[in-house]
Design a protein around this ligand. Structure first.
Ligand SMILES: Nc1nc2c(c(=O)[nH]1)N[C@H]1C(S)=C(S)[C@@H](COP(=O)(O)OP(=O)(O)OC[C@H]3O[C@@H](n4cnc5c(=O)[nH]c(N)nc54)[C@H](O)[C@@H]3O)O[C@H]1N2
Ligand SMILES: Nc1nc2c(c(=O)[nH]1)N[C@H]1C(S)=C(S)[C@@H](COP(=O)(O)OP(=O)(O)OC[C@H]3O[C@@H](n4cnc5c(=O)[nH]c(N)nc54)[C@H](O)[C@@H]3O)O[C@H]1N2
Ligand code: SF4
Ligand SMILES: [Mo]
Length: 711
């Protein structure tokens, strides 16, 4: 062997021998794919490879985000030390000083303005342990009613709809293994191929088994390419479309009368209403030919089994709640729920969007999916927390409404943990101005996000690679994520920050946890007997196995794959149907002379939410370095806009500049812009602050806009 070859082999050997394997799971979407990050030391630098790991949800698959999620976690911009803003500039300070400042500010604000002058804003990337603790921190340590989280913008319409229709909400009523058994599947406003790519094979399997797939989306997405029938409605007209489907189902008697009689309430009112519907009117409203509506309804009605999935395309509207109710009506009249291959799924977005709301990040919820307005629930929690029920605050307001309270001067301070609200809230300019008014904003983050930039104090936190905890995936499966690596610099875990600041605030007795497992054990107790009952799930079970689907009331219980086999969760065990008007009661912003086009917003496969993390990943950022607007070529021509040129998009509230991307995959009356970019490309500068009256969801999916060529 030549000397050169020997040298090469020696280097390779050193690399392989230096190999370290870190077991973890992707921090991004609700699939929570398990993976291994393999580190090799190459001379002076480290090299990483990523492999998917077998698990019951993604079976070893990873999408491009999961393959590259170590890049942002190891990025040199990761915060390592607390930062204090002094004369407009951030200065590195030690932790004890950061904690002292936080304590003093919290105390002085509350002394001057009362408990509710402080607020807490959480996120769906936080583990169950942190989410639980953050909810407890707001109510027990700060005694404020003002807490909410970014999941308000994500799951709130579907959650409210499922609660009212079924008596409980678990995102998906079935485990993932039911999907391949469904003979007809409606995918309404969900782009699984880009947003939960490792979920797609379940639908491909269903197709192999002969399933007929109906996609409802104004764009021909990668998901729509899989469809047997693609309905392309005008944005915001999905409740009308569902009414069209219901009209055909009833007229053709493709309904399950015995299921309706035995297991539901409200059919008579629904029937009276649906009988007044004319398919021609629905065609006119939605722009979907009535022949296609008929086809969809008859195929779904006749199929032996069927499932309906919704996501943000139909949910993020000011009538999102009602729209989801109407899709659930379709399942209930056809009796396609609570059986193999039959059920409903709101496809959860964030890694722990599900667990976050189950354990107390929402203004009106206590752990175990209990209600903060129910006296018995309050008493149960007060017992677990060892406080007086009368000391537990009441219900606060939704995420965007907190911004209004800040603007009005009622809220004076905020602890922000795991969200970037000036990019993700609607009416972004207002939100930025509001946050600038705060007397004290503290942001716990991995990076200086656009919102952290406005903070008085930034606390650096550990990443998913460094922080142990549990996450609840889209099917309600609770899974354990180990601590894979030691923490970087002097960062702390989110839960650690909460315990330490509580101690300084004199609340140590309620927050003396030494690690996530202890917190989880209290969460189990707090959720015991509640709807989201985690009592039977413990770390030992999770570490040894594949996770457990809640409800799981005791340690011998196997967990619950499918809900509603024999009964729904309402007291009388029945599900509820309601008539839903075709035109939203909540006034929607529709195109007019000045702003003649619909703008709808969403995602691309390579970026995640406000992009703080994925824009730090070289491999992901390279795929889409800037924002863009999908425009139909005929529309572009009318406006004199060429392909790949800079354009201005304007709404009543502001304007942004993005690059045109001409494609005939979109309706001619609609433009689509992703929301992963900030500043002049922040699409939320355009979006209205109007909220759904029931669940307080903003209308992210429709804004009236004008477009023009940038001279
Ligand atoms: N790559 C990637 N994956 C993600 C995320 C990400 O940021 N990037 N985010 C995660 C999170 S938090 C979430 S909530 C999910 C979101 O997952 P999805 O809801 O699937 O994603 P969106 O792109 O917001 O919207 C889905 C589709 O709705 C369509 N749509 C828009 N308006 C309407 C309408 O009026 N009616 C109908 N029927 N459809 C409409 C859009 O064209 C789009 O294709 O994804 C999760 N996964
Ligand atoms: N126009 C428009 N707007 C939308 C949507 C839309 O479809 N269209 N979708 C909405 C939806 S569904 C969602 S979910 C929201 C999401 O909106 P945001 O919550 O603003 O989204 P992220 O970009 O995930 O912000 C998370 C922040 O937390 C940090 N972070 C990540 N992990 C951790 C952690 O473990 N601990 C801490 N402390 N910080 C962490 C990240 O670095 C980042 O700065 O946006 C909503 N806004
Ligand atoms: S982004 Fe979602 S689908 Fe992709 S690897 Fe991560 S968890 Fe899996
Ligand atoms: Mo979301």
């Amino acid at each position: 062997m030549t000397e050169l070859l020997l040298k090469y082999f020696r280097t390779k050997q050193r690399e392989v021998q230096s190999e370290k394997i870190y077991d973890t799971q992707c921090p991004f979407c609700s699939m929570q794919c398990k993976k291994q990050v393999i580190e090799q030391s190459v001379v002076t630098r480290k090299k990483y490879r990523v492999l998917g790991k077998e698990n019951p949800a993604s079976h070893g698959r990873l999408c491009i985000k999961g393959m590259n999620a170590h890049q942002h976690a190891m990025h040199p911009d990761r915060l390592q030390y607390p930062l204090l803003k002094v004369n407009g500039k951030f200065e590195q300070i030690p932790w004890d000083k950061a904690m002292r400042i936080m304590k003093e500010k919290f105390q002085s604000i509350q002394a001057m303005h009362g408990f509710n002058a402080l607020s807490v804003y959480g996120g769906g990337s936080l583990t169950n342990e942190t989410a639980y603790l953050l909810g407890k921190f707001a109510r027990v340590a700060l005694k404020t009613k003002y807490i909410d989280y970014n999941g308000r913008f994500c799951m709130s319409s579907a959650a409210a709809a499922a609660n009212h229709a079924f008596g409980m909400d678990r995102g998906m009523t079935n485990g993932l293994n039911d999907i391949p058994l469904a003979k007809c599947i409606i995918l309404a406003g969900t782009n699984i191929a880009e947003c939960q790519p490792t979920l797609l094979p379940y639908f491909e399997k269903a197709k192999e088994n002969g399933s007929f797939i109906i996609v409802i989306d104004p764009r021909e997405t990668a998901t729509a390419k899989m469809a047997d029938l693609h309905l392309k409605p005008r944005p915001g007209t999905d409740s009308a479309l569902a009414n069209g489907i219901l009209q055909v189902l009833l007229a053709e008697k493709e309904i399950d009368l015995s299921f309706i009689m035995e297991r539901t309430n409200g059919f008579a009112e629904l029937k009276d209403f649906v009988e007044t519907i004319k398919l021609e009117d629905i065609e006119e409203l939605t722009g979907v030919p009535s022949s296609q509506i008929r086809k969809a309804a008859i195929l779904f009605g006749k199929a032996a089994t069927g499932m309906v999935f919704t996501a943000r395309g139909v949910e993020q509207h000011t009538d999102g709640y009602q729209t989801v109710r109407n899709f659930i009506n379709i399942l209930l009249v056809t009796g396609k729920i609570g059986k193999a291959g039959c059920g409903y799924g709101a496809i959860t977005g964030q890694g722990n969007g599900q667990g976050g709301r189950e354990h107390g990040l929402k203004a009106d919820q206590l752990p175990g999916y209990r209600s903060i307005e129910n006296t018995e629930h309050r008493r149960q929690l007060a017992r677990v927390w060892n406080i007086d029920e009368s000391d537990l605050p009441g219900k606060g307001v939704s995420a965007y409404e907190m911004m209004e309270k800040i603007s009005q001067g009622e809220i004076r301070g905020m602890l922000l943990m795991g969200s970037n609200p000036i990019v993700s809230n609607p009416n972004a300019e207002f939100v930025k101005n509001a946050l600038e008014k705060l007397d004290f904003l503290v942001a716990a983050d991995l990076f200086i996000s656009e919102t952290a930039e406005l903070a008085d104090l930034i606390l650096p936190v550990s990443s998913y690679l460094e922080n142990e905890g549990t996450m609840t995936n889209l099917e309600g499966r609770v899974i354990h994520r180990p601590c894979a690596m030691p923490s970087q610099g002097s960062v702390k875990h989110d839960w650690q920050i909460l315990c330490e600041i509580s101690r300084l605030l004199g609340k140590e007795e309620y927050f003396s946890f030494s690690g996530p497992e202890e917190i989880f054990n209290e969460l189990r107790e707090a959720s015991r007997g509640g709807i989201a009952d985690y009592y039977g799930i413990d770390y030992k079970r999770l570490k040894n196995g594949d996770g457990v689907l809640w409800p799981c009331p005791d340690s011998d219980h196997p967990g619950t794959e499918r809900l509603f086999d024999d009964s729904f969760a309402h007291e009388d065990k029945k599900a509820v149907m309601i008539p839903v008007p075709s035109r939203a009661e909540a006034e929607k912003e529709t195109p007019n002379r000045k702003y003649p086009l619909y703008l709808t917003t969403g995602r691309v496969v390579s970026h995640y939410l406000t992009g703080v993390q994925t824009r730090k990943s070289a491999s992901l950022a390279a795929r889409n370095v800037e924002s863009f607007a999908e425009i139909h070529p005929e529309t572009a021509k009318r406006y004199g806009i060429g392909n790949k040129s800079l354009i201005k998009i304007e709404s009543k509230r502001g304007s942004i500049v993005v690059r045109s991307h001409l494609t005939d995959a979109i309706r001619k009356d609609t433009v689509f812009v992703p929301f992963h970019w900030a500043e002049t490309q922040n699409v939320n500068l355009l979006v209205s602050d109007q909220l759904d009256p029931v669940c307080r969801m903003p209308g992210f999916k429709i804004t009236a806009v004008n477009i023009s060529r940038l001279e």
